[in-house]
Write a protein that binds this ligand. Structure first.
Ligand SMILES: N[C@@H](CCC(=O)N[C@@H](CS)C(=O)NCC(=O)O)C(=O)O
Length: 153
């Protein structure tokens, strides 16, 4: 699908969702799996795992993490913001089946599982990465700099 630069409706579903990510980003994978399961058309703008990221700079975004999603002319940083926006843009239909839990108990379980997998499983798994492995040679990965661009979380 060709982008229409003069399209004035930034949330039009005619625009493909552009996800700036890299293949082994767990957060990026969370979003691509969500998009695939909900049958939402998207394209990935492949990013280098480490800064600099000229494509992201060109968006005018001072955010160093991945993923970032462009919806028309709006930019969403942070997986939760991205998923919240997609949930709002694509209510469950036959074409875009819903994934979210129904009912308060199921919703509570969904939030618990999300927090557990992100805060406990993922963070614990990160501590098992050997210090002498590829990206760990890069100081920017080991020690996030105080001078780094802002983080939202
Ligand atoms: N809270 C963010 C976390 C994203 C995140 O930590 N992404 C990793 C890649 S999987 C990253 O960009 N790390 C680089 C950094 O923290 O500078 C989200 O949910 O999207």
């Amino acid at each position: 699908m060709a982008l229409q630069p003069d399209d004035t409706s930034p949330h039009s579903t005619d625009w493909p969702r552009l996800l700036h990510s890299y293949a082994f980003s767990p957060y990026g994978r969370k979003v691509t799996q969500y998009l695939a399961l909900r049958n939402i058309p998207y394209a990935v703008v492949e990013q280098p795992p480490m800064l600099p990221r000229p494509d992201v700079d060109a968006l005018g975004v001072a955010y160093r993490r991945i993923p970032i999603m462009a919806v028309g002319r709006d930019i969403y940083c942070d997986t939760k913001c991205i998923l919240d926006k997609l949930e709002a843009l694509y209510p469950p239909t036959n074409e875009h089946p819903g994934l979210g839990a129904g009912g308060r108990k199921a919703k509570a379980l969904e939030i618990l599982l999300d927090k557990w997998s992100t805060a406990i499983v993922f963070q614990s798994a990160c501590t098992t990465i050997p210090a002498d492995m590829g990206p760990m040679h890069n100081e920017a990965v080991r020690v996030p700099s105080a001078a780094a661009t802002p983080l939202t979380s």
